[in-house]
Design a protein around this ligand. Structure first.
Ligand code: AMP
Length: 441
């Protein structure tokens, strides 16, 4: 028997209720703030991620899900990678489509699958979903503050904001970090052996990661190491102070976290994460920061940007923990039971008419007995059952049964549809305006 590959899972109907709800909230809050939807492809040339995220980051070094293309014509087969996140692809798209010509900042959002070939564990999968928001083209603390504000609105709509703390740091400019990394390397001269193997490697390739290492030995050593804060220039300090003032103005509280660096190379200045208040970094629900150098690294003109990515599975986990029910829109309103060829024919149009009016309708159009059809209606948890037997067809009537109350009444067939609409209430019908559906899934 086949099973899903390790680190992947089926999104079953009961979880889709949560996915749909989260998408709705994100769309709603993003639209309010002027963001437009973008979907970069699920895979890109591997170089996009290598360049943007950095060769020596965990995401590229260990977790990139690579795909080798076929050889087309001459030369080597191309190397692709499934997207481990959205930022790199969206910035590639910004350059490719000349979005610097548009009014700035360009605000974009996306929702979809990401892939990381990590060791699967609780809350860490090889295929997972992210929501992603990016604001490209302007550099101002008010932009960072507004992005964080939209995210808090989303988390608050999902009723999980109070389970999180917002961790904030400023990691300065690339020059600041360069000077700091030198100091950090100097500090560790002679102490390398005291570091666990992984962190010894990080010291060589990406020393900043030592700051948020989870290894106890590293954490003890890092306490006496020089602090990144001491290397920040005045502008970075001022930027951060102003951002905190703006957040305060918006009623957003945060926790200063000097150890927060985020794993990816492209960040500068503002970095932030939303942590589970009880478990901390292990289960971050999302994070982001400013990436003023990224577009240039990818071959565009120097263009500032700031963004955020949140893990959908982790949001769902929090919603369930908090007892938040996603609305179930899959309920069966009416089950139509029938007996005999004439009744069956009439039921076809009845079912279709009800569905067109926005009533979720199932029809038992097989040959089962009325009794077993009623059992089926129960299993589907239908609210009402319409029963049309041979006798009713002859009389031009139908039976309407309230399944919960266990009561039924007979009425003229032509009155059945208006009766159902009245019972359900017009406001509960599943109708839609076309405008809401164009171009969205
Ligand atoms: P990152 O940019 O790596 O901090 O990822 C942003 C968010 O995506 C994280 O805070 C998680 O909520 C989520 N995430 C990242 N990697 C995974 C994964 N392997 N499985 C599930 N969620 C993930």
């Amino acid at each position: 028997m086949f099973r899903t590959p390790k680190g992947t899972h089926d999104v079953l109907p009961e979880d889709h209720q949560y996915h749909t709800y989260i998408k709705k909230v994100v769309r709603h809050r993003c639209r309010q703030a002027g963001y437009k939807r973008i979907d970069p492809p699920m895979f890109e040339h591997k170089g996009v991620f290598q360049r943007a995220i950095g060769e020596h980051t965990d995401v590229v070094e260990k977790e990139l899900f690579t795909v080798t293309g076929k050889r087309d014509g001459e030369g080597e087969a191309r190397e692709f990678a499934l997207r481990p996140e959205f930022t790199a692809g969206i910035c590639r798209s910004y350059i490719e489509h000349g979005m610097q010509q548009l009014a700035q900042p360009v605000e974009l959002y996306s929702i979809g699958q990401c892939f990381r070939y990590d060791r699967p564990q609780k809350g860490r999968y090889r295929q997972f979903h992210q929501i992603d928001l990016e604001v490209i083209g302007l550099r101002d603390p008010s932009i960072d503050a507004q992005l964080i504000h939209v995210i808090t609105k989303i988390l608050s709509d999902l009723r999980i904001l109070d389970r999180m703390t917002l961790q904030m740091n400023n990691i300065g400019t690339a020059e600041n970090r360069k000077a700091y990394v030198e100091a950090l390397k100097d500090f560790f001269i002679g102490k390398e052996r005291q570091l666990p193997e992984d962190d010894q490697r990080r010291l060589k390739t990406n020393p900043l990661r030592l700051l948020d290492s989870k290894e106890e030995d590293t954490r003890i050593l890092i306490k006496n190491a020089p602090k990144l804060e001491q290397f920040l220039d005045d502008e970075s300090k001022k930027y951060h102070e102003t951002l905190l003032e703006y957040l305060d103005e918006l009623g957003i509280t945060s926790v200063p976290n000097p150890g927060l660096v985020r794993g990816l190379d492209y960040y500068c200045q503002t970095v932030f994460e939303f942590w589970d208040s009880s478990t901390g970094a292990q289960n971050a629900v999302g994070g982001g920061g400013r990436y003023d150098g990224l577009i240039e690294i990818l071959g565009g003109k120097p263009t500032p940007g700031v963004g955020y990515a949140g893990g959908v599975e982790r949001m769902i986990w929090h919603m369930k923990e908090a007892g938040v029910q996603a609305p179930n829109k899959d309920q069966v309103d009416v089950f139509v039971a029938q007996l005999g060829p004439e009744a069956k024919k009439k039921c076809l149009t009845l079912v279709s008419e009800l569905r067109d009016l926005g009533v979720h309708t199932l029809g038992a159009l097989g040959e089962a007995s009325l009794k077993s059809q009623m059992r089926l209606a129960d299993k589907f948890e239908a609210r009402y059952t319409l029963m049309l037997g041979k006798l009713e067809v002859k009389e031009g009537t139908i039976i309407v049964r309230d399944m919960k109350a266990g009561k039924q009444k007979q009425m003229a067939l032509k009155d059945a549809v208006p009766e159902i609409i009245k019972l359900l209430g017009k406001e509960n019908l599943d109708t839609y305006v076309m405008r809401d559906h164009v171009g969205e899934d």
